[in-house]
Write a protein that binds this ligand. Structure first.
Ligand code: SF4
Length: 103
């Protein structure tokens, strides 16, 4: 599962579409964690899609990740600022790739 303490254990190495990327990143095999309030571990995400379907405010968008060992699409928290902390995505993700900081 995603490390809920990623902000302490990782360093922000980049920014993508207005949200942080937490390393390490070594493309295409290692993509890090995207987002902070809504954080998705791209190295765990296997493109199940439940978060895209179930998020009531459409926080997630697909991004291509060709060459990644888990999946060639990732659920990007493109609109994390719109999150209402319902926790549905955390509950439906089959591989616990998502952390929402509702505190
Ligand atoms: Fe969307 Fe709810 Fe997840 Fe926030 S916690 S990203 S509102 S499903």
């Amino acid at each position: 599962p995603i490390d809920p303490s990623f902000e302490e254990n990782r360093e922000q190495v980049d920014e993508h579409e207005g949200h942080a990327v937490w390393g390490p990143v070594d493309e295409p095999e290692e993509l890090g964690i995207h987002g902070t309030h809504v954080a998705v571990d791209f190295d765990i995400c296997l493109a199940d899609g439940a978060c895209l379907e179930d998020c009531p405010v459409d926080v997630f968008e697909w991004v291509d990740s060709p060459g990644h060992p888990e999946s060639e699409l990732k659920a990007d928290p493109a609109n994390e600022d719109q999150c209402i902390d319902c926790m549905i995505c955390v509950d439906v993700c089959p591989v616990d790739a998502i952390d929402v900081d509702a505190g």
